[in-house]
Design a protein around this ligand. Structure first.
Ligand SMILES: *[C@@H]1O[C@H](CO)[C@@H](O)[C@H](O)[C@H]1NC(C)=O
Ligand SMILES: *[C@@H]1O[C@H](CO)[C@@H](O)[C@H](O)[C@H]1NC(C)=O
Length: 197
């Protein structure tokens, strides 16, 4: 059984028979995390601009805060959704329970790093994705590949930037550390002033 199946699968692979990621009926694979691109040679993306925009519930956030993300535009069947910072291709933050007809995709070693479709049922602007803000980046944006159907998809659907503000308790200079540093520095500063005059 396996002896027959494996050669058959590799022949299909060589012929490039695999469909585009967003055309896969049950979602994009982890190998698509970075490029967010379908790998099928025959099906080109639609030219920009996409008919989709990404609406984000807030323009600023702090670590741990949930943010609601919605894809506005025509009904869609397939999606791959990630948060990114700058030109870094890592998927940032952590998605919460996926809405119906979608699921988590492991990206950048994070099991909740991305969201993809779990079937080709219609998704629309009532499909709301919830994302938890990470500590670290000072600004992120959401980026998606959105497919209306197997052969009709857009890359690079991007949101406006989301600013991540506030003093994070882990990492960064805490007020106590700053005060401690001043207490240590002030006497030496005074001594320097005394001896230099
Ligand atoms: C979105 O799709 C769902 C399921 O098909 C449907 O029940 C709902 O009315 C749609 N919402 C909008 C705003 O189109
Ligand atoms: C959501 O979709 C419905 C049906 O297409 C439309 O009437 C409504 O204006 C949309 N809402 C937003 C916020 O785009």
């Amino acid at each position: 059984m396996l002896g027959l199946l494996l050669p058959a699968l590799s022949v299909l692979g060589l012929l490039g028979v695999s469909p585009p990621v967003t055309g896969l009926p049950n979602g994009a694979p982890t190998s698509a995390c970075e490029s967010m691109m379908p790998r099928h040679q025959g099906v080109q993306p639609q030219p920009p601009p996409p008919p989709y925009t990404i609406r984000v519930s807030t323009r600023t956030s702090t670590a741990g805060q949930p943010v609601q993300v919605t894809i506005l535009g025509p009904d869609y069947a397939g999606v791959l959704l990630e948060a990114r910072s700058g030109s870094d291709t890592r998927a940032l933050g952590s998605w919460q329970t996926p809405p119906s007809n979608t699921k988590f995709l492991t990206c950048s070693g994070n099991q909740q790093g991305a969201i993809t479709h779990s079937n080709t049922n219609i998704k629309n602007n009532s499909t709301v994705y919830t994302w938890i803000t990470p500590s670290g980046p000072s600004s992120i944006f959401f980026m998606a590949t959105v497919a209306q159907q197997r052969t009709v998809y857009w890359l690079n659907v991007k949101s406006e930037p989301l600013t991540i503000s506030g003093v994070s308790l882990e990492g960064g200079a805490s007020p106590v550390a700053v005060a401690g540093g001043l207490l240590f520095l002030l006497p030496s500063l005074l001594l320097t002033l005394l001896y230099s005059s």
